[in-house]
Write a protein that binds this ligand. Sequence first.
Ligand code: SAJ
Length: 415
Amino acid sequence: MGYIGLPTASTFATHGIEVVGVDVNPHIIETLQSGELHIYEPGLRDLVKTAVENGKLHVQAKPEKADAFIIAVPTPFKGEKLADMSFVTSAAHAIVPCLREGNLVVLESTSPPLTTAGLVAPILEESGLKAGKDFKLCYSPERVLPGQILRELIENDRIIGGVDRSSAEAGRDLYSAFVKGTIHLTDATTAEMVKLMENTYRDVNIAIANEFSRLADRFGIDVWEAIALANKHPRVKILNPGPGVGGHCISVDPWFLVEAAPDITPLIHTARKVNDSQPEFVVKLVKKALGSLRNRRIALLGLSYKADVDDMRESPAVETAHLLVQEGAKVKAFEPYKTTAEIPGLELVSSLAEVFADAEAVLVLVPHTPIRTLEPEVVAKLTPARVVIDTVNTWPQDKWTAGGFKVFRLGVGRF
Ligand code: SAJ
């Protein structure tokens, strides 16, 4: 019942399907049963409410017999950037006692190539039933963008890879309950690769934007202007540099390919390294703006991994905050979408007034709507700070300069 499972379950349930939502975390079950949500996603609260009120969505700790089972558990790292498949493994084991002939099982979790056929099928076959023969088995990646999950779940095209053709067709029949995009059928391993290729493609493209920001800084130009001009070319579409790549997807998934085939993935590996080291580049920028970091009071705006989400997993903003603290800076951080969050080693405050109160500099790391729309006159009244370090090009330089602030932007090598 996480970021993917809960929206998917609720969407099925509001399209006439009886859904049992399973989670091993009793706190999540209690929260959902009491009508509350443990995650933020625009529109999700209303959707879950409708699904529960119309009696189609029940949440519980264990699966029960069903026609179809969907596994949407996390595949995080274990140790040094290796895929931790233990949640997939235990979810598959939990299904075994409930599995009957004719059932469909779908894995949605982003997984290394060959997981469906090589890891999930053998576990499910402990039931005595054979994948593809007695039950259907598919891999169908979630491809929804956090912040727009509910719309993309329905409108995006969907890839369904079966261990055999009839499995893929059964997957198509299930998801056509709500998917309006085209449903494309393929084999399970291709579907696994498609998902990893999509996120790796984006990671590599953000890495080049981040590398351009470093080059722009060195050569005294404005990377944002240069990217806008380069993007006038009909076949160029450079993405935005920033403090790095976070979240549970793009900063994780490319490593699954590197782990699976380290000898043939130097580009993917390097892109990951570039994006992971971008917080260090931000710290250098802050140092340049302030001269030194020790005991300098910095108001840090935004901690989640990107704008208008509350998810702080693998967040480069959190990494940047830790690096600044390590360098002796006195950091106060404010995350508008999680004002009660606690992160060991960081001082989080719950309001703009608190974060600004005695700051010397303002560091913008995430262009959340309530941060992006701040006006210099308002901020000037809340803080003695007159230095702004903008890593996401969100506060128009001219306006903030006219408002009395000295603005340092990431990837702009002239001040
Ligand atoms: N970012 C940049 N510059 C950009 C775009 C993004 O630095 O120009 C950063 C963001 O700030 C964030 C990270 O990259 O830290 C990832 O953000 P994102 O919006 O690109 O993607 P996610 O991780 O929220 O969602 C991605 C999506 N994948 C693709 O767009 C190929 C989504 O469709 C997937 O479903 C999702 O991963 C997933 O679950 O795998």
